[in-house]
Design a binder for this molecule. Structure first.
Ligand code: PEP
Length: 251
């Protein structure tokens, strides 16, 4: 199960149409490499402004995701600035990030995150549910409790949707900092989280890691068996960095 690893780029608030050439290079790399096409699922969560242009003009191997979705339980309506699942489906988006810490820090919360997941009934999109501990949680030894609590609050009213869920464990203190947790710590964390998910939800749910993943540190994740892939921010902006991460993981 989950033999394919996720390599999910998150462009955040970056990128103009001209930058999509980076994805074209990733596409060409994957097209040339049959082994990798069988081994990974390559996804890029783009700003919504770029999705349609990419889909129409360039798309081949890469799957596309959005970085957020409305928490309001309608597909269309008087909700200025919101984008619904139905709209993302129209763009042929297949994935969406929900609960990224950068959105939690500006108002997203456990209730809105749970509602966003509930609204996914409007479509078949898969959800990358982002959870993570602060440095304070980590230092006080409460990281695991914080993360499992975030997962419970996001999923307890959405048990029928579990097939759509991928969990991205992203220690907030690791995002963009260049610092990653120690391999043994992460291995134990992933093992425990995997057992927790099976016990609570009677299901295997893929768990990926996010936070300063780069071509330099990717090999450290190879022995973390329960890690089903990666959410990659800064290093996904340039095709070379993203491709080197994949190459170094498999070499
Ligand atoms: C992220 O924002 O999800 C992320 C993992 O960022 P970075 O790789 O830049 O730490």
């Amino acid at each position: 199960m989950y033999s394919k690893k996720y390599f999910i780029g998150n462009w955040k608030m970056n990128g103009l149409k001209k930058d999509l050439v980076q994805l074209k290079k990733v596409d060409s790399f994957l097209i040339r490499n049959k082994f990798l096409r069988k081994s990974i699922i390559s996804i890029f969560c783009l700003p919504n402004t770029l999705i349609d242009f990419y889909r129409t003009n360039l798309s081949k191997e890469i799957k596309i995701g959005s970085q957020n979705v409305s928490n309001v339980n309608v597909s269309f309506g008087a909700n200025t600035g919101f984008v619904s699942f139905r709209m993302l489906k129209d763009l042929k988006c297949e994935y969406v990030l929900i609960g990224h810490s950068e959105l939690r820090s500006v108002g997203d919360n456990d209730k809105s995150i749970s509602n966003k997941i509930k609204n996914s009934k409007q479509s078949k999109l898969k959800i990358v549910l982002c959870v993570g501990d602060s440095l304070k949680d980590f230092k006080s030894g409460t990281a695991y409790k914080k993360v499992t609590n975030q997962i419970l609050l996001a999923l307890k009213n959405n048990k029928k949707l579990l097939n759509k869920i991928i969990i991205a464990y992203e220690p907030i203190w690791s995002i963009g900092s260049g610092i990653i947790p120690k391999t043994m710590y992460l291995k134990n964390f992933f093992d425990k989280l995997n057992i927790f998910l099976i016990k609570k939800f009677k299901k295997q749910i893929p768990i990926i890691y996010g936070g300063s993943v780069s071509s330099k540190n990717i090999k450290e994740f190879k022995n973390i068996k329960k890690c089903n892939g990666f959410l990659i921010g800064g290093a996904s902006l340039k095709s070379k960095n993203y491709i080197d991460i994949i190459k170094n993981y498999y070499n």
